[in-house]
Write a protein that binds this ligand. Structure first.
Ligand SMILES: [Zn+2]
Length: 110
């Protein structure tokens, strides 16, 4: 089995096998990463994986797992963040109107 050298921020260079490494390739390339448990300190090390690193790891026998980030997670948002007051106002609005509950197929309060 191929020996793969990686680095732990604490322990420095460590030797791994393809089975020790998890490669997660994302449809949004900057979020692809690989991770492994350091054999010396047992910390989980997670590092970004660009195309070059993905190719190297796969040529060393690491299997790629594909994951997709939901499009909503990449949307840019303007305006202030939702506050607790906003949430409370929303809950009060929901309790005053059963329209949403009816639309969702739930029963209205009697
Ligand atoms: Zn370590």
């Amino acid at each position: 089995m191929t020996t793969i050298k990686a680095s732990c921020p604490t322990c420095g260079e460590v030797e791994l096998t393809s089975r020790d490494i998890t490669l997660r390739v994302c449809n949004h390339a900057p979020l692809s990463y690989y991770c492994f448990e350091c054999p010396a300190c047992t910390e989980e090390i997670r590092k970004p994986a660009d195309d070059h690193i993905i190719s190297l790891l796969m040529s060393g026998g690491v299997r790629a797992q594909v994951w997709e980030i939901p499009a909503e997670a990449l949307e840019t948002h303007d305006g202030p963040a939702l506050s607790y007051d906003d949430l409370l106002d929303f809950v009060l609005q929901l309790s005053a109107h059963d329209t949403l509950s009816v639309a969702a197929g739930g029963r209205t309060r009697t």
